[in-house]
Design a protein around this ligand. Structure first.
Ligand SMILES: [Zn+2]
Length: 214
């Protein structure tokens, strides 16, 4: 029996032809119709070339995103991508230095606690990134996959370009999902999740379908 399915994925729309180079999604015909081919009304035969910045929409980042010798998409074990997710509500967690350790712990308590090998998905608010202590504590708690509904987790305007929060996750082989959708549609703080990227060798990130089953 399948329970209630909640899609945690944003729809990706092709960008306009003149879109900024970053975050582009272009779809072109890959096939040319053989001249003289006649098809019944309403039929065609298409295949497409797709040009895609690999961090568009709801996407997963493998450790390779920040670590030269890190796992690529094809190397993420399926065990990390399927399992129980704890939903942390951090929408009211305001802090200039990123969501704090105390705010993370409070949200974990409100969600009924955290177990080793949990997936953690976070509903972010105005403060849409983490303090490194907050991320480190989640890593040290033994989570296997992290996701946020914001565009990222990194401390903005970090002059060092250190990617500290990404690295805290990736050094522990924890992939990161960004731009999750519909976390507020879940009715329970603990749900079964499937987050399955296409296994592309040598790639750091890619859009994926993420679903929760209640
Ligand atoms: Zn990204």
């Amino acid at each position: 029996m399948v329970g209630r399915i909640v899609d945690l994925t944003h729809v990706i729309e092709p960008t306009a032809a003149d879109a900024e180079r970053k975050f582009v999604v272009n779809i072109h015909d890959a096939l040319q119709e053989v001249p003289g081919t006649a098809r019944p009304e309403g039929e065609w035969y298409v295949m497409s070339d797709v040009e895609l910045m690999d961090h568009v929409g709801t996407h997963i980042e493998a450790p390779l995103h920040c670590l030269r010798d890190g796992m690529d998409l094809s190397q993420i074990p399926l065990e990390k991508l399927i399992g129980e997710a704890v939903i942390l509500d951090l929408r009211d967690a305001y802090s200039d230095s990123g969501v704090t350790l105390i705010q993370v712990k409070k949200a974990v308590d409100a969600a009924g606690g955290l177990k080793r090998n949990d997936i953690v998905f976070c509903m972010m608010g105005e403060t849409d990134y983490f303090s490194t202590e907050g991320i480190r504590w989640l890593v040290d708690s033994g989570i296997k996959l992290m996701g946020v509904d914001s565009a990222g987790v990194e401390i903005p305007h970090s002059v060092s370009h250190a990617n500290e929060n990404h690295l805290a996750l990736f050094r522990a082989e924890i992939p990161l999902i960004e731009r999750l959708a519909n976390l507020d549609k879940l009715s329970k703080p603990r749900v079964q999740v499937y987050a399955l990227p296409i296994p592309v060798e040598g790639l750091d990130a890619f859009p994926l379908r993420v679903i929760a089953i209640e």
